[in-house]
Design a protein around this ligand. Sequence first.
Ligand code: ADP
Length: 452
Amino acid sequence: MMFEKVLIANRGEIALRIHRACREMGISTVVVHSTADADGMAVRLADESVCIGPPPARDSYLNIPAILSAATITGADAIHPGIGFLAENARFAEMVEEHGFVFIGPSPEHIRIMGDKIEAKRTVKELGLPIVPGSDGPVETLDEARAVAETVGYPLLVKAAAGGGGRGMKVADTPDDLASAYSLARSESKAAFGDSAVYLERYLRRPRHIEVQILADTHGNVVHFGERDCSVQRRHQKVIEEAPSSGLNAAQRSFVGELAAKTARQLGYRGVGTFEFLFEDGEFFFIEMNTRLQVEHPVSEMISGVDLVREQVRVATGAPLDYDQSAIRFQGHAIECRINAENPQTFTPSPGRIASFHPPGGLGVRVDSALYDGYLVPPHYDSLIAKLIVHGTTRNECLMRLRRALEESVIEGVETTLPLHRWLVGETDFINGAYDIRWLEHLLADKAKGQG
Ligand code: ADP
């Protein structure tokens, strides 16, 4: 049975994105919001809205009792957690179901397994997925780390089991660095996630970040939507994403797509999810699975023509997928630029009032953003304010269109990373698709040197 009313437990562009999908499905929406977001675009457009607390996320978007009360009061059938906040909180997913609502996402069990990266690696390794060589489990002491390092070799990476957003990750280039990398990763993880468990992984030199979007129903059917290349990163965070990847050939592409779909099937997974891999010298290494929608999902939508949020909502009702892999046809090329309210050189957040907003348009141009003239970008949340997604029949057409769309874009009143994107799309390596996960950091470092 289709839902009549969905509560959206999120904010900003992603709340609007989910509202749009629900609207087109004839589903009423309830958007919950903090006092800082009372004027949010999704709040304005939703059928109903409920204020759930003051600006700090822990008092509002992470306030589980307030969100569940809002769902009860408004009579929602299901809760969509969006991206971030409670989207990967297994306890929340469980409580949503205990209170009689449908959680639009995977089972709490799968969220729990994949939320612990050590457990995640162990689980997929058993299913035959290649993983980055490293410690088999958590490393509890520096002596143990030293012993593992002997077999894994240097450089190596100390990673937080509970990690996310690139935090709790430290590189040790030589044995001399191990002690400090180990203790820094532990303390950073403890501070950010309340958990100091860490593990070791070989630090790959120049890999690409390749991820596969999958979709599973509750009847054992799984399809994939191809790969996304998210190698353009700063501090292990994605800046530009594209699909398909220029780094894969057709055989590698179908190999990794089928591998991800098969693993999801073996797991008995449901909903949308992403398997993330590092790809180096023709080999894929699993690094983690995200059990939710991702910021970069639109590039997969643009090349497949499928609304992934719509599909996510549909499978959450228990409906079976009514098509198989062969029905998913990929067309052309898509690139997404994440536009943040940040200084484009220092990357310090730049919240404030939007003096003017003129999004680009035309064929093959999509802007996912909750901005409008006069909107106040609050200082309390993530600085992502817009996603520019461009589609073209070929990668070259896509690039030309992206350049044109970036030229047209106007966001005034706050600093944004638009100038960064205008610069990057003109760089030869980017034009050639010849980049890896270190490319942007090196480029920024060279630029800083040139100016210093
Ligand atoms: P998070 O959950 O914090 O995003 P991930 O495990 O997804 O962490 O890794 C984020 C990014 O960090 C990757 O895209 C890659 O750039 C880098 N990274 C992670 N593991 C390795 C590794 N073993 N070697 C080199 N880079 C890595």
